[in-house]
Design a protein around this ligand. Structure first.
Ligand code: LLP
Length: 410
């Protein structure tokens, strides 16, 4: 969580909710651009590309800004590839890092000329059948993973991802059968690290494997760059990591015999801190000694707390003003979904809240709106961007009840 400098521009939380409805995702363009730029410049290696991992937030207005700031994208599905193109990305700026896709989905990327990475021997075989005599990237599982929750550790012995490093003979055999060239190698060990050491050591171990392939155009180390969700937690030292990565890249290239391209795929770091969710307090009650602040920010709006026990700072606005003093008060802030796990923040020091107050859930820009749902028949919220000139601009309308019902066939 970073300190805000006039986050809401020329408007206020009260005005925003009155205009666009509650709950509401509110983005800040200046913060988004700053994070893109930080990534674009953190590693001095010359041929270094940042793929924004659009799974974190694929609103086309966000993508358009990421593109203007010089980031390419990695996509996970046909839907993401289509939205990337809708936002202005050209096929050569998209990297399709897929998992367990069918022939039709893979063919879509082949037809568009989009670079593909496959993450199993069977998917390499499928690619060979669909597109013999061509270049392909493979995703490796280095045997160790990392992440803020077991559900987001995406490498290691207990995960479904990647080709294991002992599969060299099988990889060579499939490549020979279909005349494929391994032009790229990628990995993603997991999501949310705040210290660079594990990431750096995963780079080193991937390099050892990469030396088995002589025709590489690029190596991609995945995302995982974390942000401090909780006040007081130290930020990732990006500059230091970038310098160390640069040294490792130079050393590898000297041994490899030529310079190649290196890539990373951050999602959260780009988008998380550029958005908050505004919501409304609808009920306050004491159930058996616990105070519950009941809001309209249910887990259909933000699933991270119930799904990963994730922490998001929650603030309270009263009569339009941020209340910082909690005066020893403690509360559990909950949503309006019919499940007891629908908890945004448990036993938090929190100001005394009343009906009509506004809650602000911080750092919701990554894996927020994209993971929202219509559970309990609720409408997914609108998304609004505070532009660099301080104005509020709608970037996604709130769902309508017509949309909620339109696909049902009676
Ligand atoms: N590349 C690949 C292949 C990935 O699987 C992911 C995330 C990324 C890049 C981007 O990772 P990031 O830089 O955002 O950590 N919904 C979870 C996170 C799931 C991440 C899945 N893969 C959350 O809300 O924490």
């Amino acid at each position: 969580m970073e300190a805000w400098n006039n986050y809401f521009g020329n408007t206020t939380p009260t005005e925003l909710l009155e205009t666009y409805g509650s709950p509401l995702y509110v983005y800040n363009e200046e913060i988004l651009r700053r994070h893109c730029n930080e990534l674009k410049t953190f590693c001095p290696y010359e041929n270094f590309v940042i793929d924004y991992s659009m799974k974190a937030n694929f609103n086309p207005s966000i993508l358009k800004i990421a593109r203007e700031e010089g980031l390419e994208v990695d996509a996970m599905s046909v839907g993401e590839m289509k939205i990337a193109e809708m936002a202005g990305y050209t096929p050569d700026e998209i990297f399709f890092v897929c998992n367990n896709v069918g022939a039709e989905e893979m063919q879509y990327a082949i037809d568009r000329g989009i670079r593909i990475s496959v993450d199993s021997l069977s998917q390499l075989e499928l690619f060979g059948k669909l597109s013999p005599n061509s270049k392909i990237a493979i995703r490796v599982n280095p045997g160790v993973g990392a992440g803020h929750h077991e559900k987001v550790v995406t490498a290691g012995k207990a995960t479904k991802f990647g080709i294991t490093m002992d599969s060299l003979d099988e990889i060579y055999a499939i490549c020979e059968k279909y005349n494929l060239t391994i032009a790229g190698i990628n990995q993603h060990i997991g999501s949310l690290f705040l210290e660079g050491d594990k990431y750096l050591s995963s780079i080193e171990s991937l390099f050892t494997f990469c030396k088995n392939f002589k025709d590489l155009d690029f190596i991609d180390f995945g995302g995982g760059f974390g942000i401090p969700y909780q006040k007081g937690v130290a930020r990732l030292d990006l500059k230091d990591l970038g310098q160390k990565m640069n040294d490792a890249f130079e050393k590898f290239c000297a041994e490899y015999g030529r310079k190649i391209q290196f890539r990373v795929e951050p999602g959260r770091y780009v988008a998380a801190e550029s958005s908050c969710i505004l919501g409304t307090v609808h009920a306050v009650k004491n159930n058996y000694e616990k105070t519950y602040v009941g809001t309209d920010v249910g887990f259909n709006v933000l699933v991270r707390p119930i799904m990963y026990d994730s922490f998001h700072e929650i603030e309270l606005y009263k009569d339009g003003k941020l209340v910082e003093e909690t005066n020893g008060n403690v509360a559990t802030i909950v949503g309006n979904i019919c499940e007891s796990g629908d908890i945004l923040g448990k036993d938090r020091p929190f100001p005394v809240a009343e009906e009509g107050d506004i809650v602000c859930v911080r750092d919701a820009g990554a894996y927020g709106h994209v993971m929202s749902s219509n559970y309990n028949g609720r409408l997914r919220p609108a998304e609004v961007m505070i532009t660099t000139n301080g104005e509020a601009k709608i970037i996604r309308k709130r769902d309508t009840y017509e949309q909620l019902m339109e696909n049902y066939v009676m």
